[in-house]
Design a protein around this ligand. Structure first.
Ligand code: HEC
Ligand code: HEC
Length: 335
């Protein structure tokens, strides 16, 4: 056959087939993929600070332990309101001309998934303390400390962000712990990680493999039996701590707190639902109840747990009482 004797024709045919197949099985699908996957309408691009923070996230190897993907299986439900989808990643571009896209979906989940951590843990103070040394706020944490994201200054300037940590964590150095720009960028990135809501009307994909519903032993009263201790551990303990003592200079103690043991339910519920920033010496508490969509049963359970723990002894509240206060507090917040 002539084709096999003529090296130009032979090479040309092979090259054409190679290029043709590449177009067909690689380039074409990739282009079609890109055209079909736009970011969701509500997606917000990263701020310049968060963009720098992402580079610091990459540089410090956070992806080794933290995923950014909520899989569509029931056990991932705690990391977001819906499973992640291709559109969530469609806005991600090359790092720069020389470097490809940083793939931060992760493969290992030694720490929690971070897809929605901006909603779950929005506090600047908490994040800074936690990065400086995770053990200050989460005693059992195995996350490494990142002290090089902080400096110690004798006299911090007006614009310095001072981080209050217990004396014993200062490594015997005098002065105040100050967050570097890198730490602030990194936290800006963490705070920006929020799952984008689907456009209204879109069908929210389901989490698969739901466990069999437990037989409702508690019957109709089931909802009233929200577990205050578990809710406290999941939503409040990171800052106020398991022993209710808080962290001096950052998070106030709930043990012996006049709010917790007092009669001003309106203030108490307002703090839980709408957050709190009343005092200079403490950081800011985020509107956790609103973010988490707490019901009156859950708020009552948390309050009753706090009122009866760590030596606190105050009368319990009922969900009915809390419901009234919640409606009032919501009205107060409405513009
Ligand atoms: C060796 C594994 C490991 C590495 C590396 C690591 N983490 Fe973690 N991270 C954890 C673990 C475990 C937890 C859960 C305990 C805790 O809160 O400290 C956690 C918790 C967190 C949380 C709180 C999440 C939540 O849902 O409350 C944030 C935020 C976080 N890490 C950010 C980071 C950042 C940013 C980096 C890189 C600078 C990083 N982590 C590096 C293991 C790791
Ligand atoms: C991210 C950290 C953080 C988390 C999580 C958090 N708080 Fe707070 N909380 C604070 C800070 C900071 C203050 C003080 C704010 C101020 O006074 O400026 C505070 C204040 C309070 C107070 C007032 C205490 C007093 O004596 O003044 C109560 C009550 C309270 N929180 C309850 C809760 C409950 C209940 C939860 C869980 C649903 C919770 N907090 C979760 C940071 C947090």
């Amino acid at each position: 056959m002539e084709l096999f004797d003529n090296h130009k024709k032979l090479f040309g045919t092979a090259a054409l087939m190679f290029i043709g197949l590449t177009m067909l099985v690689a380039v074409g699908p990739a282009i079609s993929n890109q055209n079909n996957n736009a970011p969701l309408p509500g997606a917000k691009p990263l701020s310049p600070e968060a963009e720098k923070g992402k580079a610091i996230f990459v540089a410090n190897g956070c992806v080794a332990c933290h995923t950014q993907q909520v899989r569509n299986i029931d056990m991932d439900k705690m990391w977001g309101t819906r499973p992640s989808m291709a559109a969530d990643y469609a806005g991600i571009t090359r790092t720069d001309f020389w470097r490809n896209t940083a793939t931060l979906m992760g493969t290992e989940r030694t720490g929690p998934d971070l897809t929605d951590v901006g909603n779950r843990q929005p506090s600047l103070d908490w994040n800074l303390v936690h990065l400086y040394n995770p053990r200050i706020v989460v005693k059992e944490s195995i996350m490494p400390a990142y002290p090089w994201l902080f400096t110690i200054k004798k006299e911090p300037g007006k614009h310095d962000v001072v981080v209050n940590v217990p004396e014993s964590y200062m490594r015997g150095k005098e002065g105040k712990l100050v967050a570097t720009d890198d730490a602030l960028y990194l936290v800006a990135y963490l705070q920006s990680m929020k799952q984008t809501e689907l456009p209204s009307g879109a069908v929210v994909p389901e989490f698969l493999y739901k466990p069999e519903p437990k037989v409702a032993a508690a019957g109709a009263e089931g909802a009233a039996l929200a577990d205050g201790k578990a809710l406290y551990t999941a939503n409040c303990q990171a800052c106020h701590q398991a022993d209710g003592m808080g962290l001096p200079g950052a998070f106030p103690p709930l043990k012996g707190s006049p709010v917790v043991t007092g009669d001003d339910l309106e203030l108490y519920v307002d703090i839980i639902m709408n957050g709190y920033d009343a005092r200079q010496e403490y950081g800011v508490m985020a509107p956790i109840g609103t973010n988490m969509g707490f019901t009156e049963h859950e708020v009552a359970a948390i309050i009753n747990h706090e009122r009866s723990s760590w030596g606190n002894e105050a009368a319990p509240v009922t969900p009915e009482e809390i419901k009234k206060v919640m409606e009032f507090v919501k009205l107060k917040m409405a513009p």
